[in-house]
Ligand binder design. Structure first.
Ligand SMILES: *[C@@H]1O[C@H](CO)[C@@H](O)[C@H](O)[C@H]1NC(C)=O
Ligand SMILES: *[C@@H]1O[C@H](CO)[C@@H](O)[C@H](O)[C@H]1NC(C)=O
Ligand SMILES: *[C@@H]1O[C@H](CO)[C@@H](O)[C@H](O)[C@H]1NC(C)=O
Ligand SMILES: *[C@@H]1O[C@H](CO)[C@@H](O)[C@H](O)[C@H]1NC(C)=O
Ligand SMILES: *[C@@H]1O[C@H](CO)[C@@H](O)[C@H](O)[C@H]1NC(C)=O
Ligand SMILES: *[C@@H]1O[C@H](CO)[C@@H](O)[C@H](O)[C@H]1NC(C)=O
Length: 558
């Protein structure tokens, strides 16, 4: 009987061959600090920021609160920081420098007294050393600072390559924003450094921390805070109110849902924004009446930001589960990865009536989901073939696409200070989520220029693995964004027209028409053929000059 079975099964197994690679998690390395903010700063490095606290990784006799993470060795090197980076934001400028803004004022036994980070502007110049030797964060609070104190602000690279800094609060507040900074400012400064007051931020209190902000292809800025949305015209200084999120759903901190600009495609680059998760709890309930067991919202709301799309309003769809503290990652093939967070509860810690340890959230969402933007409504979400992690990524975690094309996950600390003995303890373990293409022969782009102008066609050599079907080819220009508090500031994907030579040995790619479609500055170009994605090639799109830069490329007529 046994031999008959093997006789029957053996040919089937041989014909089936090895199982094709699937998505999988790999745990590798530890951060030594809580990675509550993450930004990729070179093909091999990311900066992770925490707060001033007793992190295990030491520098100069105290806990470090920032590190350079090396993707090649999977090791963290402490950064010598001066000010407290807790709940800051950041992004890249048109000249490639990384800027981190804002933070906390802390009285801490772990370091020298001068650590007030609330007005800090930190500069990390482009780093060409693969392991980061000689690269560090520059801070000079006397000469380089914001106009006002900002904790929990958002930031966004805009059409002239500057960083726009949005909202925040002045001082530590345990939950709601009751000490707001309802204004915008810029780095480098505009208007002589005078912040611009925002009625929108005023209206969206007390749930308007880390506003979700997006640079639109015409240079204006779409913003969501609480359940409200606007378009802000930077050049005219005007706010235009758009429809509220439907069904009472609210998404900014401390009710963190997330939002992303969906991939932009030629020739029209029509902007659509997807907003997912958060909660439909009222923002008038005191936090001590909330429960860590309150279900999170499973609602996603999508809007097309054209006059017709705005008239139609938000279109509602449902995730596979409710989520707070989730993040969304734009993948090189244009799908959106939904990852991290919890199925119940809220942001922050120890303010609900029944925290788990100190966590205001419970029931971690361990299985990532893929959203296919161009699939029919009702069939866009799938977790088929997705693995489950066993590491909870709740409040104060971060996630980013890496230049290699996989997903880096770190952090989680819904606790004040380092706490190792609770269910949702301080988390130092790094994980990668590897898409199937990480395990097969991949296409490769060669000799991609470091700086490429707008509206420019360039031809580079390409390696295409044998047997791959080149009928479906996508070339994505991606800003990997700055991950902090369930939002990727400046995250963006613009598809570029690309033509493969008949001999399949070179590809001609045309960069986006102008600096409003892709704000000038750093990005990575990924080539995807037949679902298999290359490693990303690091570029600066534009003239790589210091901001503000002038308009470049050709205008697009709307
Ligand atoms: C917590 O755990 C980390 C990682 O294992 C360790 O390095 C650190 O010393 C621990 N801290 C405390 C306060 O127990
Ligand atoms: C972890 O990363 C190191 C450095 O890149 C590598 O040598 C090692 O094989 C990795 N381990 C796993 C389990 O992937
Ligand atoms: C948005 O929130 C405000 C303030 O809480 C509320 O008055 C308004 O009705 C909400 N909008 C929707 C569409 O639920
Ligand atoms: C609020 O959200 C919960 C959880 O998704 C849902 O069960 C409930 O029906 C929602 N309530 C309203 C009024 O939409
Ligand atoms: C959590 O909050 C309670 C009530 O406000 C307080 O007594 C307790 O000390 C807090 N726990 C921590 C670890 O901060
Ligand atoms: C980029 O511009 C900013 C703002 O002017 C400046 O602080 C930074 O040093 C510049 N970086 C480089 C590499 O020139």
């Amino acid at each position: 009987m046994r031999s008959l079975l093997s006789f029957l099964l053996l040919p089937l197994l041989v014909i089936g061959g090895p199982t094709p690679p699937d998505w999988h998690f790999v745990q590798n390395g530890t951060t030594g600090i809580i990675a509550l903010e993450a930004i990729v700063v070179s093909p091999t490095l990311a900066i992770l920021f925490d707060r001033v606290q007793n992190d295990p990784l030491q520098i100069k006799g105290h806990g470090a609160w920032g590190v350079l993470w090396d993707f090649e060795t999977n090791k963290a090197t402490p950064l010598d920081l001066r000010s407290d980076t807790f709940c800051a934001s950041g992004g890249h400028l048109s000249n490639g420098s990384m800027i981190s803004v804002g933070g906390q004022d802390v009285e801490s036994p772990y370091t020298e007294p001068d650590t007030d980070g609330r007005m800090t502007i930190r500069v990390f110049e482009p780093c060409t050393n693969p392991s980061g030797t000689g690269c560090t964060v520059f801070e000079d609070p006397n000469t380089l600072h914001l106009a006002t104190t900002r904790w929990y602000p958002s930031s966004l690279r805009i059409f002239d390559g500057s960083l726009m800094v949005v909202g925040g609060m002045h001082e530590l507040q345990p939950f709601y924003n009751v000490d707001p900074v309802n204004s915008f400012e810029f780095f480098p400064k505009k208007d002589g450094g005078v912040p611009r007051p925002s009625p929108f931020l005023e209206r969206s209190l007390p749930v308007n921390l880390f506003p979700r902000v997006f640079a639109l292809p015409d240079g204006k800025v779409f913003m969501i805070a609480n359940n409200q949305s606007i378009i802000y015209d930077i050049e005219a200084g005007t706010e235009t109110r758009l429809p509220d999120l439907p069904n009472g759903v609210r998404i900014t901190n401390p009710f963190d849902g997330t939002a992303t600009l969906l991939p932009l495609s030629p020739p029209h680059f029509i902007p659509e924004v997807l907003v997912c998760g958060g909660t439909n709890t009222s923002d008038t309930i005191p936090p001590e009446e909330m429960s860590s067991q309150d279900p999170a919202s499973d609602q996603c709301s999508r809007i097309t930001l054209t006059p017709e799309g705005i008239a139609k309003g938000w279109v509602v769809e449902r995730m596979l589960e409710g989520r707070v503290l989730l993040e969304m990652i734009l993948m090189p093939d244009g799908k959106v990865l939904i990852i991290n967070g919890a199925q119940t509860g809220y942001s922050a810690y120890n303010t609900t009536k029944d925290p788990i340890g100190q966590s205001n959230a419970d029931h971690p969402a361990f299985t990532p989901v893929l959203y296919t933007p161009d699939a029919p409504l009702g069939s866009r979400f799938s977790n088929q073939g997705m693995p489950a992690s066993d590491i909870a990524r709740l409040y104060h975690s971060s996630v980013t696409l890496t230049p290699s094309g996989n997903i880096f996950l770190a952090g989680s600390n819904p606790n004040s200070g380092i706490v190792n003995d609770t269910l949702f303890h301080s988390e130092f373990r790094v994980e990668f989520l590897n898409p199937p293409y990480m395990g097969v022969a991949r296409p490769a782009l060669r000799n991609v220029p470091a700086i490429i102008p707008f509206n420019h066609a360039f031809t580079v050599p390409v390696d295409i693995p044998a047997g791959i079907n080149t009928a479906k080819m996508q070339v994505a220009l991606i800003d990997l964004g700055f991950s902090s508090h369930s939002f990727h500031s400046s995250s963006r994907l613009v598809f570029m027209n690309a033509v493969l030579a008949r001999d399949r040995k070179s590809v001609t790619i045309t960069t986006p028409p102008n600096n409003r479609i892709f704000p000038p500055g750093p990005g990575y170009i990924f080539l995807t053929i037949d679902g298999v994605t290359s490693v990303g090639a690091q570029v600066i799109i534009g003239d790589a000059k210091a901001p503000p830069v002038k308009d470049q490329g050709i205008p697009l007529h709307f």
